[in-house]
Design a protein around this ligand. Structure first.
Ligand code: SIN
Length: 321
C-alpha cells in the first residue's frame, strides 16, 4: 500500500499510516522490540535549538475520550538529535521527519539548517501549532502572514520535504493552509491539539501547569475530520490527517475527507502497535470493497477535492500488487 507523500521529491511511504509527533518519542523504544519498518513514517518529538525541560507537572492527564497535555516541548535539542538519533534512524528503513519548533523565525531556521543534509532525516514537520509554550509555537500558526513568513524562511533553508503542522485553535483554517502552501510547504499536517483545561476542585486551581493544555484523542476526531475536509478544498499539496484516529474506520474517514495519509498520536499510548493494525485494517477494507488504489478512496467524500494535484501514486491499495 505504498504512497508518494511528497510528489516534489518523490518520497514514498510503505503505508499511509504514520506515527505522529509527541506520543512516539524518537521511535527508539519501539524499534527495540518491533518491526519499525512497517510504519509509513515517523515524526519525532518537537525539536528546538537547545534542550528543553518542558513545563512543570502536572502536564498529562486523561479526560473523557482523550487526554490533555502541557508538556511544553521537552526535548533533547537538535544537536543530540543529529548526533545520537539520526544515525539510528538511518538504519531503520522508514522515513523520519523531525518536528521542528521555535520561539523565533531565526530559531526555526537555525534548527533546520543544522538538520539539512543529515543522513537519517527524511524531512521536516514545521510545528507552528504547539499550544503549550509562551513564545512561538501556535503564535506562528495563528495567522496567514506569520505562518507564511516562517514557512518561507525554512523553505529557503532546505530542500528536504517540508510538511507544516497546523493548529485547530484558529478562526479560519483555510487561509492559513493556503498561505503555507504558497510559501513552499510540500505537505500539510493537521490538526495539532485543541486548547483545553481541567480544574482541581479541591485546590480550586487548574490541574495542569501552567493552566491549560492541548486536548487530543477520540474526543477531537470530528473537529479534526472537518478541518481536513475544509483544507482539502483549499490546497493542492498532500494532507496528513491527525486527530483521534483509533481504528481503520477512522483512518478511512480522513482519507475520504481528502487526506493522502494519516498519523496516529494518542492511540499509540494505548497500543504502540496501532499503526500496523490500522494499516492492515485499511488493506482488508480495500480488498473487501474491490479498491485497487488509494486514489479511489482519497477525497471520495469531498466533492471539492482536487485529485489531479494530489495523486498518491498508490498502486496496490490492498497490498496485492
Ligand atoms: C508539547 O510539547 O507541549 C506538545 C507539542 C505540541 O503540541 O506541538
Amino acid at each position: 500500500m505504498e504512497i508518494t507523500l511528497i510528489p516534489r521529491t518523490g518520497l514514498r511511504l510503505k503505508t499511509p499510516v504514520l506515527a505522529a509527533s509527541g506520543t512516539f518519542g524518537y521511535g527508539v523504544e519501539y524499534a527495540r522490540r518491533n518491526d519499525i519498518a512497517g510504519i509509513g513514517a515517523i515524526v519525532s518529538k518537537g525539536t528546538t535549538r537547545f534542550p528543553r525541560r518542558g513545563n512543570e507537572p502536572l502536564r498529562l492527564m486523561e479526560t473523557p475520550a482523550g487526554m490533555l497535555n502541557s508538556i511544553g516541548l521537552q526535548n533533547l535539542g537538535v544537536e543530540e538529535v543529529i548526533q545520537t538519533l539520526a544515525p539510528q534512524w538511518s538504519q531503520w528503513g522508514v522515513p523520519v521527519f523531525v518536528n521542528v519548533s521555535g520561539t523565533s523565525i531565526d530559531e526555526y531556521v537555525a534548527v533546520v539548517s543544522r538538520i539539512d543534509g543529515t543522513p537519517g532525516i527524511a524531512g521536516i514537520e514545521l510545528n507552528i501549532s504547539c499550544p503549550n509554550v509562551k513564545d512561538g509555537g501556535i503564535l506562528f500558526g495563528s495567522d496567514p502572514k506569520s505562518a507564511s513568513l516562517v514557512t518561507a524562511a525554512v523553505r529557503k533553508t532546505t530542500g528536504l520535504p517540508l510538511m507544516v503542522k497546523l493548529s485547530p485553535n484558529v478562526a479560519a483554517i483555510r487561509p492559513i493552509a493556503s498561505a503555507v502552501q504558497s510559501a513552499g510547504a510540500d505537505a500539510i499536517s493537521l490538526i495539532n491539539t485543541v486548547y483545553g483545561m481541567s480544574i482541581d476542585t479541591s485546590r480550586r486551581a487548574p490541574m495542569l501547569q501552567p493552566v491549560s493544555g492541548g486536548l487530543s484523542g477520540p474526543a477531537i476526531k470530528p473537529l479534526a475530520l472537518y478541518m481536513v475536509y475544509e483544507v482539502a478544498k483549499e490546497v493542492s499539496v498532500p494532507i496528513v490527517g491527525i486527530g483521534g484516529i483509533l481504528s481503520p474506520q477512522d483512518a478511512l474517514e480522513f482519507l475520504m475527507a481528502g487526506a493522502s495519509a494519516v498519523a496516529m498520536a494518542t492511540a499509540l499510548l494505548v497500543d504502540p502497535g496501532a499503526c500496523h493494525a490500522v494499516t492492515m485494517g485499511i488493506e482488508t477494507w480495500c480488498r473487501k470493497n474491490d479498491v485497487r488504489s488509494l486514489d479511489e478512496v482519497i477525497g471520495a467524500a469531498n466533492p471539492a477535492f482536487r485529485p489531479s494535484k494530489k495523486e498518491t501514486g498508490s498502486t496496490s491499495a490492498a497490498g496485492l500488487g
